[in-house]
Design a protein. Structure first.
Length: 177
């Protein structure tokens, strides 16, 4: 192998590395990188992230005590099932509530339209944790709702209905007349 062949093979290696590391065209969004470049860069990012977390945990030198978690696994599983069931029921109910709010926002009756708009904006701008605290310690106490399952469904339904109503309203408005 001559020196010229070695240089040309080195240039090919450098060119292939440049294809894997740099975006095509040099500008963002101009063209999509090759699949191999996306896969390798994603794996590299994942390995770096896992390595950083692993090094941090190794240096921590803490006894985590997972035995108590294992002893409470049935309680944790029941809590997980309750959480999933609250979320599923709230999603179904909030789809109907979101559709109703979307129709109210399109209403010809102005007080109803603006009430729905204000309600949606207030619910969308309120963090979920704040809404949970306000409804649980305010509304549920006033209405004497002690069932945590119903309160959770009610809170999540309020929160999700606001977002779903905006999705449905924009879908309705995007359809031509």
């Amino acid at each position: 192998m001559t020196a010229r062949d070695k240089i040309s093979s080195l240039c090919l290696v450098i060119e292939s590395w440049r294809d894997l590391v740099l975006a095509p065209g040099g500008e963002r969004g101009e063209a999509s990188p090759p699949t191999a470049a996306r896969v390798l860069n994603s794996l590299l990012a994942l390995v770096l992230l896992v390595g950083a977390v692993t090094l941090s945990l190794v240096k921590l030198n803490y006894n985590w005590g997972w035995e108590s978690v294992w002893d409470s696994r049935q309680i944790l599983f029941d809590g997980w099932l309750t959480t999933v069931s609250v979320a599923c029921v709230a999603l179904v109910v909030s789809a109907a509530g979101g559709f109703f709010l979307a129709l109210c926002q399109r209403s010809f009756f102005l007080p109803l339209r603006y009430f729905a708009k204000v309600l949606v904006e207030v619910l969308r701008c309120t963090p979920l944790l704040v809404l949970i605290l306000i409804v649980w310690y305010g509304v549920c106490v006033v209405l004497h709702i002690d069932n945590r399952f119903l309160a959770g469904v009610f809170i999540l339904t309020l929160y999700e209905s606001a977002y779903i109503s905006e999705i449905m309203r924009s879908g309705i408005e995007s359809v031509g007349k």
